[in-house]
Design a protein around this ligand. Sequence first.
Ligand code: NAD
Ligand code: AHE
Ligand code: ZN
Length: 369
Amino acid sequence: MDIRAAVAHAPGQPLTLETVQLDGPRSGEVLVEIKATGLCHTDAYTLSGKDPEGLFPAILGHEGAGVVVEVGAGVTSLQAGDHVIPLYVPECRNCEFCLSQKTNLCQAIRLTQGRGMMPDGSSRFSLQGKPLHHYMGTSTFANYTVVPEIALAKIRPDAPFDKVCYIGCGVTTGLGAVINTAKVEPGSKVIVFGLGGIGLNVIQGARLVGADMIVGVDINDRKRPLAEKFGMTHFVNPQEVAGDLVTCLLDLTHGGADYTFECIGNVDIMRQALESCHKGWGESIIIGVAGSGEEIRTRPFQLVTGRVWRGTAFGGAKGRTDVPKIVDWYMNGKINIDDLITHTLPLDQINEGFELMHHGEGIRSVVVF
Ligand code: NAD
Ligand code: AHE
Ligand code: ZN
């Protein structure tokens, strides 16, 4: 079938709107009509050419929501008409990783996903007879996509697509980093570096679990009012700190935070986030994604003296199990998504959404089809 998609032809170039050919779902696959998709900084990162796994030409996008149109042979858990959120971290419930109960990083299809292919090693997308790469197993910058059954969370039918698409990455990543990865306790002191689409969800999660002190760090003062609405108790703009940022944060928290979260993708700030942790027990969670060849550094003494460095992908969430529950949290008013979606655009304005992100305007842009 012919579909409309925003195609990434080459790194650093704007996406181009194209009529693309999409093959139907094969065994274990599902055809989904995408109704809405968020723009995450990771899409911009891959488009920039900094992602070592970045492949071109490709259809990017990994924060979508839509409706099942057709299922391939052997698909049992979904049927036409079901509302779904595609998962860039699938949940097969059968691989060594899923069965370990120690990680959400299902590896059932990770190899082909990283090669921009469906699990059988081929692509469903083509443009003028030439294959296009899938992206993160989701490719939501298209009005139709094909996704493996194990990479779809079935959600309630009354949830609005243009809001819950954000649960496909940013919301779950931020909340999950607090709840699943750090396991922040009530009364904790927390520092969040980067108050964008992920950082504000970390703040929302920290307030939800009862953190006492939630410090936000960002170079953009315009992020402050919304961060305060979501639970930030103190704001620090590093550009307005006279001396060393870490010293400032250690003073503010009286010895360091119990938990810090890096939500930027800057390896120098990852170091500052670790070193802002309390001696003996502070834990720093890396969420931000850094460019090819970049590395983190610190004095080993920071770890010897009890600080812990961790990372999290998709907030440690098991998508098919946890995503429907987070949709319920939104529908029941437990979490706020609406205020974070600051811009809604049609697909043909998708590049303007990335411009807004690069200029620090708003929080999340959502494309509606
Ligand atoms: P965003 O662009 O919405 O937010 C980034 C924020 O960082 C902005 O508010 C910006 O002003 C701030 N910032 C930039 N440089 C700064 C600096 N030097 N000091 C302080 N603040 C600074 O991005 P996002 O969508 O929230 O994504 C944040 C990061 O998380 C990206 O690296 C993204 O790729 C990554 N990410 C990771 C996962 C995961 O599963 N680990 C999931 C989603 C996103
Ligand atoms: N491909 C990059 C890493 C990109 C990355 O870290 N992706 C995160 C999700 S970011 C969502 O906005 C992730 O889930 N990683 C786990 C995985 O298996 O990809 C690189 O550096 O190679
Ligand atoms: Zn993302």
